[in-house]
Design a protein around this ligand. Sequence first.
Ligand SMILES: Cc1cc2nc3c(=O)[nH]c(=O)nc-3n(C[C@H](O)[C@H](O)[C@H](O)COP(=O)(O)OP(=O)(O)OC[C@H]3O[C@@H](n4cnc5c(N)ncnc54)[C@H](O)[C@@H]3O)c2cc1C
Length: 383
Amino acid sequence: MAQHYDTIVVGVGGMGSAVAYQLSARGQRVLGIERFELGHGRGSSHGETRIIRLAYFEGSAYVPFVRRAYQLWQDLSAKAGAPLLHRTGSLEMSERGYDFVDRSRASCVDHGLPHEMLDADEVMQRFPAFKVTPTTRAIFQPDGGYVLCEAGTHAHATLAAQNGATLKFGETVLEFQPTADGGVAVHTDRARYTAGQLVLTAGPWMGQLVPSLGENLATFKQAVAWFRPARLELFKPAAFPVFIHFSEDGEFYGLPMHSARGVKVGGPHFAREPIDPDAREREASPAQIKALQDFVGRHLPAASGPAIDTTACIYTKTPDEHFIIDRLPQLPQVVVVSACSGHGFKFAPAIGEIVAELVIDGRSKLDITPFALARFEAVQTSL
Ligand SMILES: Cc1cc2nc3c(=O)[nH]c(=O)nc-3n(C[C@H](O)[C@H](O)[C@H](O)COP(=O)(O)OP(=O)(O)OC[C@H]3O[C@@H](n4cnc5c(N)ncnc54)[C@H](O)[C@@H]3O)c2cc1C
């Protein structure tokens, strides 16, 4: 007979670990199934650090979600006994012709967030690691910073297990079906399980589990690299905020030195390379690494030189670059979570909470209608 749970979570990565934790903290019997090992480097949640910021050019509506995420990252840090959230301030810079800084400013104004507008000289005086063109405009928001991605996933999973959640690693979900009692049966390469509800947090592999979603979820290989600065003091968290830089060369971002690994730079978004998440070849390409080195040479001269480490990570992109958090229309016992498009990790603890509320209470306190599947025309429930 199949083992039965209240909720099964498919994929124990950035989002799935948070969902498993929040469900188990509310007393649910939870099974999390992960095809690889905890914190693996084949999906979307590896690479040491992720930017967290309140100045949100993607849309002012995200700000309440980030605010809740800040609170929950602090709670998680306290429970894990390790600082997972580091504040450095966030600096967004646009060259002439780009409206990203204005969009970030709008989110600060809408939500009464402290912020400062800086011109190019002010950027370089205040943060001497940067070299920017004279027409650059910037917004500095003091709450921005970074969170630790593998450590955060590890903390959520560890706490979930301490709450009694069963987490299985090295086991792949092959398919799921509705059961006669309104629940769901899940078949893996090892066993069959049943549950009242199913949460899919499969990241780049979501399209394999729900093929009808596939056309709205494109996967891209995105490169990041670490550079060792000649002047370390310019790139330490106290002197160097997390940043995003928009220009005709693309959208690049970076984070201060968190460890001896160096200063981390990612992007450019124009050099995203389509990737099958099952592809064997997963390294950052030479063209992607060159684009990062060129950016560092132009804008972070004290860190220029060859990358000392690189990795590639998978972006799962929706057509409008907003998240999906919804029940499948004709299988309401299945919740789909794709917090993606290159900006989802910061929200992980808040998304865990939202999904737990959805599963247990039937609705979340924060309004998730912007993330509904209904905005995509062709979504069916074919499995
Ligand atoms: C280079 C890069 C930089 C980024 N920078 C930022 C940033 O600065 N700030 C920010 O907020 N966000 C950022 N993001 C986005 C963020 O990292 C992602 O949105 C987030 O990690 C997605 O988490 P996930 O849980 O959906 O995916 P994942 O963490 O990949 O988890 C999905 C899990 O499901 C498992 N799985 C899949 N299919 C199955 C199956 N059939 N059976 C069992 N297990 C399965 C996978 O093995 C995987 O572990 C960035 C992303 C990348 C790639």
